[in-house]
Design a protein around this ligand. Structure first.
Ligand code: RBZ
Ligand code: NIO
Length: 353
């Protein structure tokens, strides 16, 4: 994939703007540092947006959905057809992320990246289907290189569309029964950890099934390694054990950092996709906030590996972009405080030492 858009440089963060924002915070009518992380959130956002008054009003949530061959190996508490049923639910406004998007006044876009039963008849779904889901990665590579390139490009394209229409903050969400297995395999490969350290219940399988899930993922990684695949290489990992929606998220995150759109990362699956983006282009993380730390055990390990701090810890484990969406009000509060508080001089309040 030489000379492709993947090689484009990331946009530089404006350090001068960051320093100016810190100086502005120091003049606001409060003891220094008393707004804690809200201060650095506002300053980081100002530096990303290159503006004195950071803004998180125009939020775009892009939900990528796809099916996984591995779902047929009994790794989820739910059957595969739930993926497409949920796509309908997203578009009808009944899913958790539909409700959150509405309450935030955020735009929610649903992108079909390839599901077993076609959701084409469902209104308002963007069709970027690559095929009827991935192949089962316990037997063969989940996708081929061409499909991977298509998925990455689809994610990037949705970000470009958001950029053209004006977007202060981008959130990627996912839906795909079986995708915690794919995310676990990606994280285990790239972090060189045993799947048993990262695996979790996903939609709610019991301990016995979690153990089986870890064994199945470990065996799959061994199979691909023996087949000569370099499992430290993010594109090879996505090709072997990824998902169409996960690869689309990787493409979306990478494009955000190239175009300079601040992003808010969701849970375990999103963070596995983000790790691929960060490995492809170190520095993506400078453009990202992490909404929350999921209850899925591997999420904390993934975030620690990238030295990224989650804003919230609510024991959520849903995906869909929901843990990012619930953090949007924090970013909005940070912006409002930064932009609207009076300075000591303006309010005639004596400054401290
Ligand atoms: C009704 C329903 C709605 C969801 N929304 C997100 N997920 C989440 O659960 C799935 C991953 O878990 P696993 O690997 O165990 O299948 C993904 O679709 C993820 O987005 C859902 C799952 C279900 C059942
Ligand atoms: O953290 C997540 O993204 C997650 C966890 C469990 C199930 N689906 C998603």
């Amino acid at each position: 994939m030489q000379n492709s858009w993947l090689q484009q440089p990331l946009k530089a963060i404006d350090d001068g703007c960051y320093a100016e924002s810190l100086a502005h915070q120091a003049q606001l009518t409060k003891p220094a540092g008393s707004l804690g992380q809200l201060e650095s959130i506002a300053c980081r956002l100002a530096a990303m947006q290159q503006r004195r008054d950071p803004d998180a009003s125009r939020v775009r949530i892009c939900l990528f959905a796809a099916d996984h061959g591995i779902a047929r190996a009994g790794v989820s508490a739910f059957p595969q057809e739930v993926t497409v049923q949920m796509v309908a639910n997203f578009s009808q406004g009944g899913a958790a992320i539909s409700v959150l998007a509405r309450s935030l006044g955020a735009e929610l876009e649903v992108v079909d990246m390839g599901t077993c039963s076609s959701p084409l008849s469902i209104e308002r779904v963007v069709d970027r289907a690559i095929g009827p889901g991935t192949r089962s990665f316990e037997q063969e590579p989940a996708m081929n290189r061409q499909q991977l390139e298509q998925a990455l490009a689809a994610g990037a394209e949705r970000v470009e569309e958001a950029f053209d229409r004006g977007c202060d903050l981008f959130i990627a969400g996912e839906m795909g029964i079986g995708n915690t297995s794919s995310a676990t395999a990606i994280a285990a490969a790239l972090l060189d950890r045993a799947p048993s350290e990262l695996v979790g219940p996903g939609t709610g399988i019991d301990r016995e099934h979690v153990t089986r899930k870890a064994e199945l993922i470990a065996a799959a990684l061994q199979l691909h390694r023996e087949g000569g695949v370099d499992l430290s290489e993010p594109l090879a990992v996505l090709e072997c054990v990824g998902g169409f929606e996960i690869a689309a998220m990787t493409g979306a995150y990478l494009r955000c950092a190239q175009l300079g759109i601040p992003m808010l990362v969701d849970g375990f699956i999103s963070s596995a996709a983000f790790l691929c983006a960060e490995r492809l282009a170190p520095g993506c993380r400078e453009w990202a906030f992490v909404g929350h730390c999921s209850a899925e055990p591997g999420h904390r390990i993934l975030l620690e590996s990238m030295v990224m701090d989650p804003l919230l810890q609510l024991q959520m484990r849903l995906g869909e972009g929901s843990g990012a969406a619930v953090a949007v009000p924090l970013l909005r509060s940070a912006c409002a405080l930064h932009n609207q508080m009076a300075t000591f001089a303006q309010a005639g309040v004596s400054a401290g030492d």
